[in-house]
Design a binder for this molecule. Sequence first.
Ligand SMILES: NC(=O)c1ccc[n+]([C@@H]2O[C@H](COP(=O)([O-])OP(=O)(O)OC[C@H]3O[C@@H](n4cnc5c(N)ncnc54)[C@H](O)[C@@H]3O)[C@@H](O)[C@H]2O)c1
Length: 309
Amino acid sequence: MKRKITIIGAGNVGASCAQRLAERDYADIVLLDIIAGLPQGKALDILESAPIIKFNSRIIGTNDYKETANSDVVIITSGSPRKPGMTRDELLKINTSIVTEVTRNVVNHSPSCIIIMVTNPVEAMTYVALQTSRFPKNRVLGLSGALDGARLASFIGAEVKVPVERISPCVLGQHGENMVIIPRLCKVNGKPITELLPEETINKLVQRTIKGGAEIVELLKTGSAFYAPSAAVAKMTDAIIMDKKEILHCSAYLDGEYGLKDTIITVPVKLSKKGIEQIIEVKLTEEEKQGLSKAAEAVRQVISDMKLK
Ligand SMILES: NC(=O)c1ccc[n+]([C@@H]2O[C@H](COP(=O)([O-])OP(=O)(O)OC[C@H]3O[C@@H](n4cnc5c(N)ncnc54)[C@H](O)[C@@H]3O)[C@@H](O)[C@H]2O)c1
């Protein structure tokens, strides 16, 4: 029997996720949005590509949560994208109310699902979904390091001119300003980039990655990135649907890991059909630990600004 994946929000990221996941052919897809006709039109367009691409996933668009019932994975992309000059945190207010309402509806219809949060600011929105759903912490996670790491790997690949699959990045912390990139753990063919590139170049790549989302926002003028984000979401979904037990860097709730509690930051996790099966603790230097604590504190601040508690 095919699995079922719901995507909330049929905008740029949501529709791209729907296309990528339908083409994987391992699950039926429901695309939901509040705008009448939008998810239906995009779903129909994707469905009509099936004979060309050769997939048999059922894909429907809807404005009704009844159609989402009993989904295995729910990807939440509903919200407002960042406008030029706007920080992720400025999106906080608008997106908190959207994500709260959406999560309530998701939980009512799919009480056993795993939620992948995409909406920004992603750590705070993952926290909202975790609190609202009352799901165990392994079943709510956010898109962050899988995307930021891909951005970094693509920049490293261009610099050292090796195929991108030989590059393994290490991105922790916050999805944004307080991202913690660990160059000694970013490897090309198993060799740290600190042995391959001058420090100045590494710093340039690190800064470009931290500002990776903003660079695209500035270029697009309206809207934000969606090709790489949807590719990263699809990779996370693969690990869950196919029970791959793959290590991916995601926004996860910490309960003592890395010495941090009651916060959500990017860490490596083992992803399987259970969601987060394990949080992987990499050995960090004092300086790296401080970076992580700063990121955790920044996220805590955003969460307390939401006055959730
Ligand atoms: N975490 C990450 O790495 C990452 C990466 C890219 C984008 N994002 C975020 O993802 C979100 C979506 O980005 P996008 O480019 O697809 O935006 P978009 O504007 O193209 O799409 C958002 C969609 O959400 C819908 N929506 C709004 N309120 C809704 C509700 N209550 N119920 C259902 N649907 C609703 C809108 O109608 C719209 O179609 C943004 O918050 C963006 O910042 C996060």
